[in-house]
Design a protein around this ligand. Structure first.
Ligand code: SAM
Length: 513
C-alpha cells in the first residue's frame, strides 16, 4: 500500500498508518523547515511536496492511502475556534479535500484534536451573527451596571432608593442577557454545522464512507491525556481488492502474543525501531539518555517489523494492566463529556493514575511563552520542574549530587534530577506504565546555560511514544534547535494511539462492509 502524507509534521501519524495498513510512505507534504528535516532524515529519498497550497495534484504520484492531520489551532479549544472557515489555518481542510478529489485514494485517514467535534464547521450566517451581537451587547450592559454598583459601594453614595433601582435594572438586564444567550445558542445549533460534520459531509460528497472515533493517549498507556479524533474514510465505489482484509494482520501486529513486556533497555530500543535500524549511526550518546538513534539509512522492512513489536509490547502490557486493575467506573473518569460513538476502544485507563499535561507546541516557544499563568502552571515543563528541589548555591559545587556537612546525603538539584527517573511522585504509576509499554523514561530535565533545570526534549518525545531520538537526534546533530524539537513533538501524533483508533475503525469498516 502506497501512502501519501499531508501536514506530515515529524511523521507520527505516518508511522501509525504504515503500521496499521502495512504500507510505506511515498511522499510527504510539509511546509515547516525543521519538521521537513526530520522527515528527510527518517524517510531518506522520500519527496516532500512542501506547501500544500502550491501543489498540483495531477502531477503527484498515485497512492492507495492519503493521511494527514490538518492544522488544528482554529478548532482547538486553545485556539481561536474560527472553525473550518476559508482563510483560517484549519481551513486547510479544503486543500486536503481538494487532494482527495484528484488523487482518489482508496482510504483516507484524518487525525485532529477533539475540538473538531464541537467547533463550528462553517461561517456563521447573518441570523447567528445578529444573535451573537445582541447577547454580547447585553453582556456589556450587565457589566456596566455591575461596575456602577461597585463604584457606588466603594464611594459610599449608596442609599436605599438608588440601590433598589440599580438592582432592579441589573436583574432585568441579566434576564435579557441570559435569554439572548440561549437564543444565540439555539440559532447557532440550528444553522451552523460542526467541524466534524463539515469534514464527514465533504467526504460523503466526494464519495467516501467515513467512520470516526476518539481515543486518548492515556487509553493506550501514555502518561498524558491528549484526546484525538481519528477518521477513517473509504472510497465507496472503489473495488475492494483485498486491502480491507488486512486488518486482522495489523491486529496481530498490535497484539502479538509473543510480544516482550518489560525487559532491558536494549530490547526496548530495538522494539521501538531505533536500535534496530540505525544503531551506532552517529547520535551522541549521553546527552539524550544514551540513545543510539541518529542519522543513517532507514531499512523500511526491518523497521516496520520492529515497530510492530513496539506496538505488540504496548498491547500485551495493556492486557496485563487490564487484568490487574478493576474496570474504571465512569464516575472516576473526571470527564463529564458523553462518549462519542465507538469512542471506548478500551476502558479508560487514564482515570486510574495521575497524568502529566500533554506536550504542546508552545513548549517550543523558547521563553516567549504565550500561555496564560493558569495554563503555564499546567504545562509539562512547569510540572516536571516543580517536582525538583529549588536550586541552591550548593548545586554549583562541582558535580556533587548530594550535600556534605550537617545535611549530608540530602540530594542537590543535579542529584534530584537524576533520581527523578526513579522517583516520579504521584506520576510514578503513569510513568512506569508507559515505560513498560515503550522503553525506560529518559531524564526529564537538562541544565540550561545557567545550570538551572529545563525540560529535556527527549522526555516529551518519550511521552509521545516516538522512538528514542526520532526528533531529538537531529538536535544532537545540530540540524534543528531544541525549541524546534519541542514544537514539533508538541504538534505530533502518538502512533500507538492512532494505531488503536485505526484498528477499531478498520474493524467497524469490516463489519459495516
Ligand atoms: C498537527 S501538525 C501534524 C503533525 C503530524 N501528523 C505528526 O504526527 O507529527 C500540522 C502540520 O501541518 C503543517 N502545515 C501547516 N500549513 C501547511 C501547508 N500550507 N502545507 C503543508 N504543511 C503545512 C505544519 O507545519 C504542521 O507540521
Amino acid at each position: 500500500m502506497r501512502i501519501g502524507s499531508l501536514f506530515s509534521g515529524a511523521g507520527g501519524l505516518d508511522l501509525a498508518v504504515e503500521e496499521a495498513f502495512g504500507g510505506h510512505t511515498v511522499w510527504h507534504c510539509e511546509l515547516d523547515p525543521a519538521a521537513s528535516k526530520v522527515l528527510a532524515h527518517r524517510w531518506p529519498g522520500v519527496p516532500n511536496l512542501g506547501d500544500i497550497t502550491a501543489v498540483d495534484w495531477s502531477t503527484v504520484e498515485a497512492i492507495d492511502i492519503l493521511c494527514g492531520g490538518f492544522p488544528c489551532q482554529d478548532v482547538s479549544p486553545a485556539g481561536r475556534r474560527a472553525g473550518l472557515k476559508d482563510g483560517t489555518r484549519s481551513g486547510l481542510w479544503a486543500m486536503f479535500a481538494g487532494a482527495i478529489a484528484v488523487l482518489r485514494p482508496k482510504v483516507v485517514v484524518i487525525e485532529n484534536v477533539r475540538g473538531l467535534l464541537s467547533a463550528d464547521g462553517e461561517e456563521w450566517p447573518a441570523e447567528v451573527v445578529a444573535a451573537d451581537a445582541e447577547w454580547a451587547r447585553l453582556a456589556r450592559v450587565v457589566a456596566l451596571i455591575h461596575s456602577k454598583i461597585n463604584r457606588a459601594m466603594r464611594e459610599d453614595w449608596w442609599h436605599g432608593q438608588y440601590k433598589q433601582r440599580k438592582q432592579f435594572e441589573l436583574h432585568r438586564m441579566v434576564r435579557l442577557r441570559d435569554r439572548a444567550l440561549a437564543r444565540f445558542r439555539t440559532v447557532k445549533r440550528r444553522l451552523v454545522q460542526r467541524a466534524i460534520g463539515t469534514v464527514v459531509g465533504d467526504l460523503a460528497d466526494l464519495g467516501y464512507d467515513a467512520q470516526w472515533t476518539t481515543v486518548s493517549a492515556a487509553s493506550v498507556g501514555a502518561p498524558h491525556r491528549r484526546e484525538r479524533v481519528i477518521i477513517l474514510a473509504v472510497d465507496a465505489n472503489a473495488a475492494r481488492d483485498g486491502w480491507d482484509e488486512r486488518w486482522p494482520e495489523s491486529a496481530r501486529l498490535v497484539g502479538g502474543s509473543d510480544a516482550a513486556v518489560g525487559g532491558d533497555g536494549s530490547a526496548a530500543d530495538s522494539a521501538c525501531g531505533c536500535g534496530t535500524d540505525v544503531a551506532g549511526c552517529g547520535g551522541a550518546p549521553g546527552q539524550y539518555g544514551g540513545t543510539e538513534f541518529g542519522a543513517g539509512d532507514r531499512d523500511r522492512e526491518r523497521s516496520a517489523s520492529a515497530r510492530g513489536e513496539l506496538v505488540g509490547r504496548a498491547a500485551a502490557e495493556l492486557a496485563t494492566v487490564d487484568n490487574l486493575l478493576p474496570t474504571p467506573a465512569a464516575s472516576r473518569s473526571g470527564n463529564n463529556q458523553s462518549a462519542s460513538p465507538g469512542a471506548a476502544v478500551r476502558p479508560s485507563l487514564d482515570s486510574i493514575t495521575d497524568l502529566l499535561p500533554t506536550p504542546r507546541r508552545s513548549d517550543g516557544d523558547g521563553g516567549a511563552n504565550p500561555l496564560s499563568r493558569a495554563e503555564r502552571m499546567d504545562d509539562v515543563e512547569t510540572r516536571v520542574i516543580r517536582l525538583l528541589n529549588t536550586p541552591s548555591r550548593a548545586d554549583g559545587d562541582g558535580g556533587h549530587l548530594s550535600r556534605s556537612g550537617a545535611r549530608s546525603g540530602e540530594p542537590l538539584l543535579p542529584g534530584r534530577a537524576i533520581e527523578m527517573a526513579q522517583a516520579w511522585g504521584k506520576y510514578e504509576p503513569a510513568i512506569r506504565r508507559w515505560e513498560a509499554v515503550t522503553r525506560p523514561a529518559p531524564s526529564p530535565t537538562e541544565p540550561n546555560t545557567l545550570g538551572n533545570p529545563r525540560l529535556a526534549a527527549p522526555f516529551p518525545e518519550w511521552m509521545m511514544g516516538w522512538p528514542a531520538g526520532w526528533v531529538t537526534a537531529l538536535v544532537v546533530l545540530g540540524l534543528i534547535s531544541r525549541n524546534d524539537a519541542l514544537r514539533i513533538i508538541g504538534n505530533g501524533v502518538c502512533p500507538q494511539q492512532a494505531i488503536a483508533a485505526l484498528r477499531w475503525l478498520l474493524h467497524v469498516q469490516a463489519v459495516a462492509a
